[in-house]
Unconditional design. Structure first.
Length: 352
C-alpha cells in the first residue's frame, strides 16, 4: 500500500488500472475480490466503495462474491467496523501472528497480544463473523506449549478460518539484518517441524479441514480467494508489485510506487509479462495442486499436457509413493501428513 501522502493518487490509479486491465481476464465471472497487501484498511469507506463500483462497472461480479479486506489488530475499533459494514466487504483477514508478546516483539509487530484478542472480539460483536487470522510458527523461543496455547486461543475464539505459516526470513528485511548482526535468533527447523505436526493434529481434532498446506477452515468457510491460487484459477492484481494470471500468461507490476503512479502515461512500461510454456504450466499445476486436499489429477495432466508429461509424473512420483509421502486415490496424487513436511521438495522432484 502506498504511503498516506500518495493515497488520493493511489486510488485514482487503481481506477485507471481497472480500466486499462479490464480485458485481461476475458469475460470471466468474478467471484472473489481481495483488498490486501500493505495496509488496505487505511482506505476510507468512500475509497473502498469507489474501487468496488469501478470493478462492478468493468467486470461481471457474482452477486455472492467473497470480498475480503486485510486489517491489522491496531486498526480495529467499533466505529471502523460500523463503517466497513457500509461497504461490500463481507470477510476480514487479520495478521495476528501470535498471542504472545515476546513473539510479536521478535517479529517487530506494533500491536500487542491483548490488542489482537480485543480486535477479534470487537469484529465478532460487530457482526462480521466471516473472519480469518494469520498465525506464525517456528519463531525462536516459541515452545511447543506456547504454540499450542496460540492454537487453543484460536479455537476458543471460535474463528472459522486459520492461515498458519512457518516463519521465513527474507533477505534485507529488518529481521534478517538483526539475525545477521546477532541481535535475533534464527528459526530452528526441528521446532518448525514439531509445530507443524501439532498444527495438523489439533486443527483436525477441533473439526477444521486442512484444505491447503497453510490453510485450515470449517466446512463452508474455505477462502475462495486462496483457493483460486491453488486450483489454477485466474486472477487480476492491481497496484505496485501485483501479480496477474489468465491461464496463458503471467503479468506482474513493477514494485516502484512512483513507476506505477505513472502507469496511465506509460502503461506498457509499468508491468512485465511472460507467456507460459507447457512445461511451466505443468510445473505450476503440480506445485499448487499437491498443496491442496483436492490433489493432483493424473488424467488431467495427460489431457492438458500429453502422455509424456503423465509418464514423467508417474515415474518421478514413484519413490515418494514408496516412502509413503504421496498417496494415490481415485486417480489423484495426495500428500500424506508425512509428505506435507516436504511439499516443496516433492513438487520440485516432479517438475519437468
Amino acid at each position: 500500500m502506498a504511503s498516506l501522502r500518495y493515497m488520493p493518487m493511489f486510488v485514482d490509479n487503481v481506477i485507471d488500472e481497472i480500466q486499462l486491465q479490464k480485458d485481461y481476464l476475458g469475460k470471466q465471472v468474478i467471484n472473489t475480490i481481495y483488498f490486501g497487501g500493505g495496509t488496505p484498511s487505511l482506505l476510507s469507506t468512500a475509497d473502498l466503495n469507489r474501487i468496488y463500483e469501478e470493478l462492478d462497472q468493468q467486470f461481471n461480479i457474482d452477486e455472492n462474491a467473497e470480498i475480503t479486506l486485510e486489517a491489522n489488530p491496531d486498526d480495529i475499533s467499533k466505529g471502523w467496523i460500523k463503517e466497513i459494514k457500509n461497504t461490500t466487504v463481507n470477510r476480514l483477514s487479520m495478521g495476528v501472528q501470535s498471542f504472545h508478546s515476546d513473539d510479536l516483539k521478535y517479529l517487530q509487530r506494533i500491536h500487542s497480544a491483548q490488542e489482537a484478542e480485543s480486535a477479534i472480539k470487537l469484529i465478532q460483536e460487530g457482526g462480521m463473523l466471516n473472519l480469518n487470522i494469520d498465525l506464525i510458527y517456528g519463531i525462536p523461543g516459541l515452545t511447543e506449549d506456547k504454540w499450542e496455547q496460540n492454537l487453543n486461543k484460536f479455537f476458543a475464539l471460535d474463528i472459522p478460518h486459520l492461515s498458519a505459516y512457518a516463519l521465513t526470513v527474507e533477505e534485507k528485511t529488518p529481521l534478517h539484518v538483526n539475525i545477521e548482526k546477532g541481535k535475533s535468533q534464527s528459526p530452528d527447523e526441528t521446532d518448525t517441524v514439531a509445530h507443524f505436526k501439532s498444527l495438523i493434529s489439533l486443527t483436525q481434532d477441533h473439526g477444521y479441514i486442512h484444505y491447503e498446506i497453510s490453510n485450515f477452515a470449517r466446512e463452508g468457510h474455505y477462502s475462495r480467494h486462496n483457493s483460486i491460487y491453488w486450483t489454477g484459477g485466474h486472477y487480476l492484481g492491481l497496484g505496485p508489485s501485483a501479480h496477474s494470471f489468465n491461464g496463458h500468461s503471467r503479468r506482474w507490476n513493477k514494485a516502484s510506487t512512483r513507476t506505477w503512479l505513472d502507469l496511465k502515461d506509460y502503461y506498457s512500461e509499468s508491468f512485465e509479462e511472460e507467456v507460459l510454456t507447457d512445461e511451466q504450466r505443468y510445473n505450476e499445476y503440480v506445485m499448487t495442486s499437491l498443496r491442496t486436499m483436492w490433489g493432483c489429477d493424473i488424467e488431467q495432466v495427460k489431457q492438458e499436457f500429453g502422455d509424456s508429461f503423465k509418464e514423467h509424473l508417474l515415474h518421478e512420483a514413484s519413490p515418494h509413493i514408496e516412502s509413503g509421502k504421496i498417496v494415490i486415490k481415485n486417480g489423484r496424487f495426495y500428500l500424506s501428513n508425512k509428505g506435507k513436511l516436504y511439499a516443496d521438495g516433492i513438487a520440485s522432484d516432479l517438475f519437468m
